[in-house]
Unconditional design. Structure first.
Length: 395
């Protein structure tokens, strides 16, 4: 492996934040080739400071001890495992986008990121998460998403020993490290997953403090086309009901998602996206989206206490008010669906997406409706992402 040091200078981690590199292995410092059978090198990338590394002010001089402190403890620049062995029986697709992930203060290639099998998030689904959309490399409403993450953490009784500002900085740095990924995909998901940490097999009130924090950047799996927005997607009302707040409050974004997953499976079996009702037969939401309908010029959506109030949902309510469209949060039934002029769904990575049908019901004004198109246009101006391409919005 000749010219080790020269190759390091071209790694995404080095290019991304331009900070000083300190390598702990002699063959890295000297630039010599690896001996036959020698394991690949590893090193650490220590930004002089979290925020400074984003602003490009990292020092090129040898740092003092205080300067070496950072949100990121270390960066594994390449695998420390022998290429002939593996610690996982899961085959990673060769066409999977490459990137970097954050796990408990350490940056590593996403394909190598691991958490313990004893983590309570793995064992019991004991955790919360948040996902922020990244449009053309730019995070949308990260502050609001992190505020909602904080609310979910308080609800779950999980204490994360990192401040809002530091989490904001960490997330921004991870996105910057993954800029090759975000520049090649117009829409990515940037997520923070927090679990209660390693299972200690004691009552929760006797646990030592300790959480697991992961930050990931992934392209949106389902890429929608302009035709999807112009013709709409089909929805179906599934038999699986949204969990009521007396069981698990839907406003908390928890990793215990089996309720939504079963609904999603049921919808997929019908060739449509699942729309869930609550236990009182009122419209709730989809597994990953909020629901709206337009009737006689008024925008209606289920009450926030019955659903996870999405950040995009809130943005759409604000944009509707700016457009002079009356808005009401109310209980909705199948009758309201049957008499609606338009219906659409909202999600962080989809924005405003028209629905062309809900089982046997179709919007009276066709697809896409005028209010829906105006909201798509207004949201596109905010995010910088144009799902309709060159198609013009009406109104």
């Amino acid at each position: 492996m000749p010219k080790v040091a020269a190759e390091l200078e071209e790694t995404p981690a080095n290019r991304a934040i331009g900070t000083t590199l300190w390598f702990e292995n002699e063959h890295v410092r000297s630039g010599r080739s690896l001996k036959p059978g020698e394991r690949p090198f590893h090193g650490t990338l220590r930004p002089t400071s979290g925020p400074a590394s984003i602003r490009g002010r990292a020092s090129s001089a040898t740092p003092t001890a205080p300067q070496r402190q950072s949100i990121f403890h270390s960066v594994r620049l390449c695998s420390t495992r022998s290429p002939r062995t593996t610690t996982s029986a899961v085959a990673v697709p060769t066409n999977r986008p490459k990137g970097f992930a954050y796990v408990n203060g350490e940056i590593m290639p996403t394909d190598e990121a691991r958490v313990s099998v004893l983590d309570r998030g793995f064992l019991w689904g004991d955790g919360v998460y948040e996902i922020t959309p990244c449009f053309n490399g730019k995070l949308f409403r990260l502050d609001q998403h992190l505020e909602r993450l904080g609310s979910s953490l308080r609800f779950a009784g999980i204490t994360l020993k990192i401040s809002h500002d530091d989490l904001f900085t960490s997330t921004s740095e991870v996105v910057h490290l993954n800029r090759e990924l975000t520049s090649s995909h117009p829409v990515c998901r940037v997520g923070q997953w927090v679990t209660r940490g390693i299972e200690q097999w004691v009552p929760l009130d006797q646990r030592d403090d300790g959480t697991t924090l992961c930050i990931l950047v992934e392209p949106v799996g389902r890429t929608l086309t302009p035709e999807d927005y112009l013709t709409g997607v089909p929805l179906t009302i599934v038999s699986t009901r949204r969990s009521p707040s007396s069981v698990l409050d839907p406003r908390a974004k928890t990793t215990s998602r089996m309720n939504a997953i079963v609904a999603e499976i049921e919808g997929a079996a019908s060739g449509a996206l699942a729309l869930m009702m609550d236990i009182h037969d009122h419209v709730a939401e989809g597994p990953t989206f909020n629901f709206f309908l337009v009737r006689d010029g008024e925008l209606l959506t289920p009450k926030a206490e019955n659903v996870l109030p999405g950040i995009t949902r809130g943005v759409v309510l604000d944009l509707a008010a700016e457009l002079g469209v009356p808005v009401m949060e109310t209980n909705l039934s199948s009758y309201d669906i049957a008499t609606a002029n338009e219906f659409f769904i909202t999600a962080s990575s989809w924005g405003v997406l028209p629905a062309r049908s809900i089982d046997r019901f179709h919007p009276r004004d066709g697809v896409p409706g005028e209010v829906t198109m105006r909201l798509i246009d207004k949201l596109s101006a905010l995010t910088g992402y144009r799902p309709l391409g060159d198609h013009e919005a009406r109104g």
